[in-house]
Design a protein around this ligand. Structure first.
Ligand code: PLP
Length: 490
């Protein structure tokens, strides 16, 4: 594994510190994480204890340097002499205007899967032609919305959607680029809720019963769409990247069949996202470089094997762009001991800001942000940092659910009320899956870079929670305005 040494100005502490940085997505905390002279964890040159004072908790922290590094690793590693490539950020991982602006400024394209994500991405100033529109149940209005704003490519999930795009594009006199989402019958070894490529999946057109071939035929016969290629996404948090070799084999094999059957060579192949990241010290995901190498080898091998001509490969990473760039800062409240059974730390957030442990038993690592001592063990991510970890705790949230859990059984130094708990790797699928359960206002998102911090998303207020509520009998009878009635993006 490549280990580089970068020198960072630790601006908040006013000292210069050497920090190990590893190429690839295998850090547990953002790459700029250090321990400053006060013994506090600092991210992007900003002391977490001071961030708490300025912005309160719970607080999502996004390290811009880590996001940029991940984007650049993808752009650098996926340059092949014999195939073009495009990196598309999967916005569902974390979809806010500033995040979209950041990946845009790094030169990535972007995907969306709902009208709301499309709205956010357009509001961020993204060029419509760089937008890929996913979704297994796009409404008529959502499809029209995409066509009104000339999104670059629709990833078509089903026959009805294909007909609707063709119809609306026809009315507008457009030829709309599309890819077909294929379900290749490949199971990624990941949690079943984040597997999407198996035959029984709700997504896309399966190979079985010739459905995928029928979809290709129908797309080719549709006057107002241009079928540019095929798409597949087999799952998320994938560690065994060899599964992408099987995917490319299956997809290029199908491209060969399409050529034989329909006389058309589909030259663009989108293999989705899914590269795993490191949540726990023992996790060993592949690096972006290893992933790119495998994809390239597989493309070379399988284009030959199936006698097809793939011009361009598309990758749609979400988690591996933003996951390790984010961390969540909480304040410990009640610390409760059930002698001989459990030690609970209750934090001031929980399943409303991170549903993943409840939803699919996701695991996290945590640190005490104000009592850390061992610099070498932060970003590179050995087991623990800070004072000796002698107590086993379960970190739970403040919600009225026994299942409201952040981390089960983590060893930490003695924790007391008021300690700041930093949970790593929460950049992906935490804010974007957050809720107002128990009327908990959504937490703020703060960006950090070079010793500066600023708000990306404001904390919701209690007023925000009730802003759309009406009085018992005074709601009025007029239906609320259509979601699509005020399109002003530019
Ligand atoms: N593309 C599609 C179609 C997806 O559904 C997803 C996530 O579910 C992604 C890309 C991004 O996956 P990941 O965040 O694991 O890279």
């Amino acid at each position: 594994m490549l280990i580089g040494i970068i020198i960072l100005e630790c601006l908040s502490a006013g000292v210069r510190i050497k920090l190990k940085s590893r190429k690839g997505p295998e850090m547990l905390l953002p790459i700029t994480s250090t321990i400053n002279q006060d013994g506090n964890i600092s991210i992007g040159g900003c002391d977490c204890v001071r961030l708490k004072t300025s912005y309160q908790t719970p607080l999502y922290i996004v390290d811009i340097t880590t996001v940029k590094k991940q984007c650049r690793d993808y752009l650098d590693c996926f340059v092949f002499p014999d195939f073009g490539s495009e990196i598309i950020y999967a916005s569902k991982a974390f979809c806010t205007i500033p995040m979209c602006q950041l990946v845009r400024s790094e030169g990535l394209s972007i995907d969306v899967s709902t009208g709301g994500e499309l709205y956010t991405v357009l509001k961020s100033g993204f060029e419509p032609e760089k937008i890929y529109f996913h979704g297994n149940n796009k409404s008529y209005e959502e499809i029209k919305f995409g066509l009104d704003y000339r999104v670059g490519t629709f990833i078509v999930d089903n026959f009805e959607e294909l007909e609707t795009i063709d119809e609306i594009a026809g009315q507008k006199g457009l030829k709309q680029n599309i890819m077909l989402r294929i379900t290749p019958g490949i199971k990624a070894h990941t949690h079943k809720y984040i597997q999407t490529g198996a035959q029984e999946s709700k997504f896309g057109f399966g190979f079985h019963s010739g459905i995928a071939m029928q979809a290709v035929k129908k797309a080719l016969e549709s006057d107002n769409v241009i079928l540019t290629g095929l798409h597949a996404h087999i799952g998320s948090q994938i560690f065994n990247i060899e599964v992408y070799d099987r995917l490319i084999d299956a997809m290029t094999g199908f491209v060969g069949q399409v050529n034989a059957n329909q006389g058309v060579m589909l030259k663009h192949l989108n293999i989705g996202g899914g590269l795993g990241i490191r949540y726990l010290p023992d996790d060993r995901p592949a690096t972006i470089g290893e992933f790119a190498e495998l994809v390239h080898d597989s493309l070379r091998k399988n284009t030959k094997k199936h006698k097809v001509d793939i011009e361009k490969i598309y990758i749609e990473p979400g988690r591996s762009i933003i996951g390790n760039a984010g961390a969540t800062l909480y304040e410990a409240g009640t610390v409760k001991q059930i002698p001989g059974i459990k030690n609970y730390i209750s934090v001031d957030g929980g399943m409303s800001d991170n549903i993943r442990p409840v939803l699919y038993q996701a695991k996290y690592n945590a640190y005490i942000a104000g009592r850390a001592t061992n610099i070498d063990k932060i970003a590179g991510g050995d087991a623990e940092i800070g004072a000796p970890a002698e107590n086993k705790y379960t970190i739970v949230g403040k919600h009225c659910e026994s299942g409201d859990l952040i981390i089960e059984d983590i060893m930490l130094p003695g924790v007391k009320k008021g300690d700041l708990i930093l949970v790593g790797a929460t950049g992906a699928y935490c804010y974007s899956m957050s809720s107002n359960y128990n009327s908990q206002p959504r937490s703020a998102v703060v960006a950090v870079e070079d010793g500066k911090s600023w708000i990306w998303v404001e904390r919701q207020s209690y007023e925000d929670l009730v802003a759309k509520d009406r009085r018992l009998y005074e709601g009025g009878s007029v239906e609320s305005e259509s979601l699509f009635s005020h399109h002003q993006y530019k």
